[in-house]
Write a protein that binds this ligand. Structure first.
Ligand code: AMP
Ligand code: ZN
Length: 153
């Protein structure tokens, strides 16, 4: 495993946690091996699996670092999720260069859909703020009608 990533040992996690990421970490650590968190979050995190192409999604855009796909329960005529492919639970963990890339992507989406002056961005950061999927994502939402979204599938 590469040296520049963070590794955790079982002892650093609460054993009774219901968080599936912790459970995945715990399982592997039972055999006494160190765990790379990004690897195990990818095993259990739905957005990591989408980013990896292991779970289906209606993808609007992707490159090496970013994926944009339709929210499964859209709350508006346009409801996309803009995510870094790499797992970050919190906006505050995101490296600045990736924040810039996300901004660039948001600009591209708004421009391509011709809704530069009609969209909202929402980040629910933390469970108390309503974050359900623990993989950073920006909700890109617009009430604009008649927008043609070219999605995969
Ligand atoms: P949040 O409350 O900010 O964590 O929002 C999570 C969003 O992810 C919700 O709007 C869900 O509808 C959406 N969502 C959950 N699972 C999927 C999925 N498999 N594909 C697309 N969107 C999803
Ligand atoms: Zn993830």
């Amino acid at each position: 495993m590469p040296n520049n990533k963070r590794f955790y040992q079982l002892s650093s996690f609460p054993r009774e946690s219901k968080d599936s990421r912790y459970l995945a970490d715990g399982l592997i650590n039972c055999v006494g091996k160190p765990v790379e968190t990004s690897y195990f979050s990818a095993m259990s995190c739905i957005f990591c699996q989408i980013a990896d192409g292991k779970k289906p999604a209606k993808v609007f855009f992707e490159d090496a670092q970013i994926i944009v796909f339709a929210d499964i329960l859209p709350r508006a005529p346009v409801h996309l999720l803009v995510c870094p492919k790499k797992h970050y639970a919190s906006l505050l963990d995101l490296p600045e260069e990736l924040l810039l890339k996300l901004h660039e992507t948001i600009r591209k989406i708004a421009t391509e859909l011709s809704i530069k002056d009609n969209f909202r961005l929402i980040v629910n950061n933390g469970a108390a703020a309503g974050q359900i999927v623990e993989h950073l994502h920006f909700h890109f939402i617009s009430n604009a009608r008649g927008v043609k979204l070219k999605l995969s599938e």
